[in-house]
Design a protein around this ligand. Structure first.
Ligand code: ZN
Length: 166
């Protein structure tokens, strides 16, 4: 499993639902967590690991007990608004201030297929929203807007060049 970076087209495509809740999906989640820790991320979504599937792994603290794996997650309600600096493992070296809701209610499935609903706010809500964007093919690039893209045009150009192997 390797980290997929912008502008790989898999990052821009909406993902398929996960329909398998056994060892295979657990194995994928473990490998994604490992990849996330390797690059010191707080979250990682399927497409960033080369899988166009609705799976995200999250760990806001880096402590093992705070690991979260969500399958087929959806945001069902959101509240408030806040601006926060965001990075993305698929955009190394780029950080942009993005405005998003401050609190979200979500539904998702666990690795055993069980459905859960939960609310989160602050940093966790921020990570959840960022990772769920990935499942819909929406990237930091899209969220940063024209001004952000202009401010980061040099880094974006570097990533495109690296992707082409130049
Ligand atoms: Zn990301």
């Amino acid at each position: 499993m390797e980290l997929v970076k912008y502008p790989d087209p898999i990052l821009m495509s909406p993902c398929e639902n996960v329909a398998e809740f056994g060892d295979e999906t657990s194995g994928i989640a473990d490998a994604m967590l490992e990849l996330m820790y390797e690059f010191k991320g707080l979250g990682l979504a399927g497409p960033q690991a080369g899988l166009s599937k609705k799976i995200v792994v999250i760990n806001p603290s880096g402590k093992q007990e705070d690991e979260i794996v969500l399958l087929n997650p959806e945001i069902v309600n959101f509240f408030g608004e806040c601006k926060f600096q965001e990075g993305c493992l698929s955009f190394p070296g780029i950080y942009a201030k993005i405005t998003r809701p401050d609190k979200v209610d979500c539904v998702a499935q666990m690795l055993d297929g069980r459905e859960v609903s939960f609310s989160c706010e602050g940093l966790l809500a921020r990570i959840v929203q960022h990772e769920l964007d990935h499942l819909n093919g929406v990237l930091l690039y899209d969220r940063m807007g024209p001004l952000g893209r202009k401010a980061h045009q040099r880094e974006l150009r570097r990533l495109r060049k690296e992707y082409r192997g130049g």
